[in-house]
Design a protein around this ligand. Structure first.
Ligand SMILES: [Zn+2]
Length: 256
């Protein structure tokens, strides 16, 4: 992996100039080796503190976000009288889920909330391009959402479902200035309770939550099996809970 060095290699003057020419448009200002240095830049840029390219203070917004090469700093020029559109931190979308339908072969639609930042480059997702799309499968009508990311990276429904399970949502903050999105956690270890359920769900299309209990028992995770059983008894709609959701619940330390 290439690690671009901090600070010196970032041409903030050029980025700021381009951003001024495209008021309201987010531009990547650089990739930092550590979360700390990117977060620091995201706090300093809006105040033009140690970063004169973004002067005067208050004319730029900034955020830091995880990037394949480290942590990216994104900025946009906002000075002026007309308000710029808010950048939401989260986006709620309807996506196809081929795996969690009640019947093993059919399509389902699930509503998930994900970060409003591209998982590849950290740029804003096309939250303002969201459009409903209807389609028919087996005589049943479904509605899903489509959108286009300004960065050009494509969000597949499978990737969005995966992200909804494993990428934590950013905490709501008072504004985008200085916002830092959290790291993407590792998927569960294959020999962990969440890992064995996820592996079983990958092998068995349409696996339901109840079947996860047997899988946990079979792998010697009796205590986790009991916790899942208790949670399902409490949940009123457990018929709609998939084994994948159970894996996610276990992975994030599920509390019944
Ligand atoms: Zn992107």
């Amino acid at each position: 992996m290439t690690r671009r060095s901090d600070w010196a290699s970032h041409d903030h003057a050029a980025v700021a100039e381009n951003a001024r020419a495209e008021r309201g448009t987010w531009l990547m200002a650089g990739v930092y080796g550590t979360k700390g240095s990117a977060a620091s830049a995201a706090k300093k840029a809006p105040m033009a503190q140690d970063m004169p390219a973004y002067a005067p203070a208050g004319s730029f917004e900034a955020y830091a976000v995880m990037h394949p090469d480290g942590w990216a700093l994104w900025v946009r020029y906002v000075a002026g009288d007309e308000p710029v559109p808010e950048l939401p931190e989260r986006m709620t979308v309807r996506v196809c889920d081929w795996l969690s339908d009640e019947e093993a072969d059919g399509v389902g639609v699930v509503t998930v909330t994900v970060a409003a930042r591209c998982s590849t480059c950290g740029g804003p997702r096309g939250h303002d391009t969201l459009a409903a799309q209807e389609f028919t499968d087996g005589g049943v009508e479904f509605t899903v959402d489509r959108w286009t990311n300004p960065c050009g990276h494509l969000d597949t429904y499978d990737a969005i479902l995966h992200e909804a399970r494993f990428r934590p949502l950013p905490e709501p903050s008072s504004g985008p200035a200085g916002l830092v999105l959290e790291d993407v956690p590792e998927p569960p270890a294959p020999d962990s309770p969440a890992g064995v359920v996820l592996a079983a769900a990958d092998a068995w299309r349409g696996m339901r939550a109840k079947a996860a209990i047997e899988v946990l028992d079979k792998h010697g995770f009796a205590e986790d099996a009991d916790r899942v059983a208790l949670m399902l008894r409490k949940a009123r709609t457990h018929g709609h809970i998939s084994a994948r959701q159970i894996a996610h619940w276990l992975h994030v330390g599920g509390d019944a």
